[in-house]
Design a protein around this ligand. Structure first.
Ligand SMILES: Cc1cc2nc3c(=O)[nH]c(=O)nc-3n(C[C@H](O)[C@H](O)[C@H](O)COP(=O)(O)OP(=O)(O)OC[C@H]3O[C@@H](n4cnc5c(N)ncnc54)[C@H](O)[C@@H]3O)c2cc1C
Length: 364
């Protein structure tokens, strides 16, 4: 027997990753009463498993609407992280040390892309690269992007969770797996035998979004794209993000190095495996040979919300059903802008960027 929840809210958000939690904060700050539900503990899926680079990988490969969201977010990150740190005591460790990237046959494209933006892409010599990262060995001269930062995304998730738990207009309910029935115009949300009532429902369910929407007869291309990562013990061997041949090293403030990643279309198969380990470990040692003397602390897997060309769905499916999902490899960097844009649209404010490219159901 499903019972109706007694205290209806303005907005019901399903999924408490970075996208759901930042959307909740934006909407609460705009005066909305928000309930946010997650099937597990908030912030422990892709938003925990990711690397936290505050830039798309190879940003010149993406369409201008992705660059527009990334640029807005990159400008917002320093203030966002400072506010999270100051209000919760949890430091998501924004490191603004830049990114070295080998662009191989895309050098001209990368330089042209950078010249149109305030975030520079700079040519450096091998000696300069060596001086920046003495322990890194690359098989070609990298480009240098001094404006790129990284965050310790698990801590960003923890800090957002604290903010949501203590915000007077947000109720965060964990371990509430949601079923959505009804139809697109009148979605019915239930969990643990209760029906939740709200004026509007927002799906921020990451890799699970396509499954939920297809249950409402809306084909949606958002699907899990598994990524595996390695974590090396503190060594201080790199200070900057280094990206070469699709693999990257991300330094943490305590000297640990996160090394990633694989990109696998295998559904929700969560177990990390030996093949990925061997491939990632070989790439890590090729990039930073001295890692062979550093302990490996962990290997894990997470599910990116994969979407065609990495284009998220942000906006209304109907008056009652909204979505902010499908950010694929860039959900951490895109989260501030995507959540602000969603809130602008829901509150009928002037949007920070043209919302059309992210319009759900836009077949592109
Ligand atoms: C290996 C890897 C490396 C990455 N590196 C980077 C990077 O360097 N930079 C970057 O910007 N991005 C990176 N990403 C991508 C980024 O992590 C994701 O795009 C982003 O975290 C997506 O956030 P989200 O909130 O949409 O999804 P999630 O964090 O997955 O949150 C979705 C939430 O919805 C909940 N949920 C799902 N279904 C239900 C249901 N039925 N009921 C209730 N709750 C439900 C889940 O429990 C989950 O908590 C990486 C991802 C991976 C896996």
């Amino acid at each position: 027997m499903v019972q109706t929840k007694t205290s209806p809210c303005d907005v019901l958000i399903i999924g408490a990753g970075v996208m759901g939690m930042l959307s909740a904060v934006e909407l609460a700050e705009a005066g909305q009463r928000v309930v946010i539900l997650d099937k597990g503990q908030a912030g422990l899926e892709a938003s925990w498993a990711g690397g936290g680079i505050i830039s798309p990988l190879y940003p010149w490969r993406y369409a201008p609407p992705i660059t527009a969201l990334a640029t807005w977010s990159q400008n917002a990150f320093p203030d966002l992280i400072a506010r999270l740190r100051d209000s919760t005591g949890i430091d998501p460790e924004l490191l603004s040390n830049g990114m070295m990237v080998t662009a191989t046959n895309e050098r001209e494209k990368a330089l042209a892309w950078g010249s149109g933006l305030a975030r520079a892409v700079i040519e450096i010599t091998d000696d300069e690269a060596q001086a920046l990262e003495p322990h890194v060995q690359l098989d070609e001269t990298p480009l240098w992007m001094p404006g790129v930062s990284s965050v310790r995304n698990p801590r960003m998730g923890q800090a957002l969770r604290q903010v949501c738990m203590h915000h007077p207009r947000i109720q965060l309910l964990e371990h509430h797996e949601v079923q959505v029935s009804g139809d697109l115009e009148s979605p019915v949300v239930s969990s643990r035998g209760q029906q939740f009532v709200a004026d509007r429902v927002v799906l921020t369910t990451g890799a699970w979004t396509g499954g939920l929407l297809s249950g409402l007869d809306l084909p949606c291309p958002i699907k899990p794209m598994k990524g595996q990562m390695l974590l090396f013990a503190p060594s201080g061997l790199v200070s900057r993000v280094v990206l070469a041949n699709g693999r990257y090293a991300i330094p943490r403030a305590d000297g640990r190095i996160v090394f990633g990643s694989t990109l696998e279309d295998v559904g929700f198969k969560r177990t990390p495996d030996k093949d990925a380990f061997e491939s990632l470990y070989a790439s890590a040692l090729a990039m930073i040979p001295a890692l062979d003397r550093v302990d490996l602390e962990a290997q894990w897997a997470g599910f990116r919300p994969g979407s065609p060309e990495g284009m998220p769905w942000i906006g209304a499916i109907s008056d009652a059903l909204w979505v902010n999902s499908g950010h694929f490899r860039n959900g951490v960097v895109l989260s501030p802008a995507s959540s602000r844009l969603l809130c602008d649209l829901m509150m009928d404010r002037t949007p920070i960027v043209d919302p059309l490219p992210y319009q759900p159901r836009n077949t592109r």
